[in-house]
Design a binder for this molecule. Structure first.
Ligand SMILES: [Zn+2]
Length: 258
């Protein structure tokens, strides 16, 4: 049968203890079959906004806007429970885990295995690469299709959405840095390029952000949909990992101490 690979090498994703003496990774194993059945119906049913950001579910519980859609901080760290679908191979799982762990070394975000946590990220191979924006409450899907989305930068990108971050090219100050060419955008996808009132947290516009689209995103004709105003020949949006600004933003939004 399927085996759960809960370890990288010989260590858990993160070694913290919950109220009981059981390690998080041990508890997760027991819930596996139940969780898979619970998660099955959500596949293939989520429409998207902004290309890879799923619209929020309406909820009668505490709306995430009350807390800015941030994940709660506990002491010095922001613990975010995760569950990774067992449909991934161990190699695929490890790409996701490596992406998650990369936040540990540069921010105060700490991903923990979901046990009985109410709010958590559920990684699964859905219809493409997409995420919700900020904490939604409850099971929060992050789709990383096994064929096409399992790259370090893509994991970081979708997780950054879940932390509350928009695409770089829709920043409130983007008009000073980037030109949108609507004549080259696939009809119906123009909304992906609409400017948004974002909190830029004092960090500069960054073409090397892991959240920046490529020059040819949603192009209908192979021509650019975005151009750098300072340097129209600049190629961008090909970050292979989070930039220093991406990391600084996370640390500012979540009040991580140095
Ligand atoms: Zn995105």
């Amino acid at each position: 049968g399927k085996s759960m690979k809960l370890h990288i090498g010989s260590s858990c994703l993160i070694r913290i203890r919950i109220s009981s003496s059981k390690r998080l990774c041990r508890v997760l194993r027991a819930e596996y079959s139940q969780l898979e059945r619970l998660h099955w119906p959500i596949q293939h049913k989520t429409p998207l906004i902004y290309g890879d950001i799923a619209p929020s579910k309406s909820r009668n519980a505490v709306p995430c806007t009350a807390t800015g859609c941030k994940w709660p901080k506990s002491g010095d760290y922001v613990y975010i429970p995760v569950y990774i679908s067992s449909s991934y191979t161990s190699a695929e799982r490890n790409i996701i885990i490596r992406g998650l762990v990369s936040f540990h070394s540069s921010t105060c975000i700490r991903f923990v295995w979901r046990t009985s946590h109410v709010d958590y990220l559920y990684f699964y191979s859905g219809t493409g690469c997409w995420s919700y924006l900020g904490r939604q409450g409850g099971l929060q899907a992050v789709s990383l299709r096994n064929n096409g989305c399992l790259y370090h930068s893509t994991v970081q990108h979708e997780v950054s959405h879940a932390l509350g971050f928009h695409h770089e090219q829709v920043r409130s100050d983007r008009d000073s840095y980037v030109q949108v060419l609507p004549q080259n955008i696939i009809p119906g996808y123009e909304h992906n390029f609409e400017k948004i009132q974002t909190n830029n947290l004092g960090t500069p516009y960054d073409f090397n952000s892991v959240m920046h689209y490529t020059k040819y995103a949603f192009s209908k004709n192979g021509q650019p949909t975005l151009l750098s105003k300072a340097n129209p020949s600049l190629d961008f949006g090909r970050a292979t990992s989070m930039s220093a600004n991406d990391i600084a933003r996370i640390n500012k939004l979540y009040g991580c101490s140095e």
